[in-house]
Design a protein around this ligand. Structure first.
Ligand code: ADP
Length: 327
């Protein structure tokens, strides 16, 4: 096979997600396997502008598959939003003879990658690295499974203390404007209510379900709220509950950034490895400007420029399951 690239770069960008290291490792090892030179870029697009770019070898990625965070660091880079910033980034790649790039990040990073590849002659392959799973065209995003497991472990612990005191806990999980972490963790922990942006939150309904549970002497309650719920996070829900059911012992717990950290789950390591390998194959075959998704256990190459037009949507089946299994 004639190689379409000889020198490639890899970077992690935007919000970090556990499993990004496994993806970097797969890109580096696959690149080296095929005789490519692989360059690491520090701090996402910022490193392209600052020329913080270094050659990576197999040993650069030794002992990282199990580590959370990203050895390449990540950042948000405002300058990359401007055409001049992207021009500088391209020139810094060109100067080093880099003729292909793998971007591991979320939809924002993909939007930046799309512009770069449209404006200049450089193929970019995306890997969906986000705990939010808010990208259409893939059943998995790197970091989501670990974040859900972290949330489940935390909510199980919260349930123990809620049980000891007969308390209501309102637990806020991450996910930006997607409710996947809330649904997966809420169903997995037997939450009483799961509030997600995909379904309009009706506080009358929440209050009625709490009263109904109280009537059947169920005093331990967990409500899982997605941070992006349109009603407004756990504090807002708690404010209404405390006002309308003041006799309940109501507490708020915002899980926050612990959901981004920790050793990636086996599933996240596997999908990151698989996607990283295929990203390099894509560049070798001359594929341009797609991200590597896995849909129904098959590889799915999704054009980067369609990102943002179609967010991952939570289907009716999930909403029904939530309705039937909660309460
Ligand atoms: P994520 O990739 O996790 O969604 P961001 O939305 O912060 O995170 O995007 C990461 C980086 O990608 C931004 O800091 C910026 O450098 C770049 N980026 C995001 N959106 C655009 C855009 N519309 N145009 C150019 N670059 C963008």
């Amino acid at each position: 096979m004639e190689k379409k690239v000889n020198r490639i770069a890899v970077l992690t960008s935007g919000g970090d997600a556990p499993g990004m290291n496994a993806a970097v490792r797969a890109v580096v090892r696959t690149g080296i396997y095929y005789g490519l030179e692989v360059y690491g870029v520090m701090r996402g697009y910022q490193g392209l502008l600052d020329e913080d770019i270094f050659k990576m070898e197999s040993r650069s990625v030794a002992n990282i598959i199990q580590r959370g965070g990203t050895i390449l660091k990540t950042a948000r880079c405002l300058e990359f939003h401007k055409p001049e910033g992207r021009k500088k980034a391209y020139e810094n790649l060109k100067k080093r003879g880099i003729d292909g790039m793998v971007v591991i990040g979320g939809d924002g990073s993909f939007r930046g990658a799309t512009l770069l590849s449209q404006e200049f002659d450089i193929p970019v392959i995306g890997l969906a690295g986000t705990i939010d799973k808010d990208i259409a065209g893939t059943d998995f995003t790197i970091g989501f499974d670990t974040a859900v497991n972290t949330a489940v472990e935390a909510i199980d612990k919260i349930r123990d203390t809620a049980d000891a005191h007969d308390r209501l806990f309102i637990v806020e999980v991450m996910g930006r404007d997607a409710g996947y972490i809330a649904i997966y963790s809420g169903i997995s922990t037997g939450a009483g209510n799961i509030l997600v942006p995909e379904r309009k939150t009706d506080m009358d309904e929440v209050i009625a379900s709490l009263q109904e549970r109280e009537n059947r002497k169920k005093l331990v309650n967990i409500i899982v709220v997605a941070e992006g719920d349109e009603f407004g996070g756990a504090n807002e829900v708690a404010r209404v509950v405390k006002k309308r059911l003041p006799h309940l012992d109501t507490r708020v717990c915002i899980l926050g950034h612990i959901q981004r950290g920790g050793s990636p789950s086996a599933l996240d390591r596997l999908i990151a490895s698989r996607m990283g390998y295929h990203a390099v194959e894509c560049l070798l075959e001359g594929r341009h400007n797609v991200f590597v998704g896995i849909l129904n256990n098959r590889l799915n190459y999704v054009p980067l420029d369609t990102i943002g037009k179609s967010k991952g949507k939570i289907g009716g089946e999930w909403l029904k399951l939530m309705k039937v299994l909660t309460g």
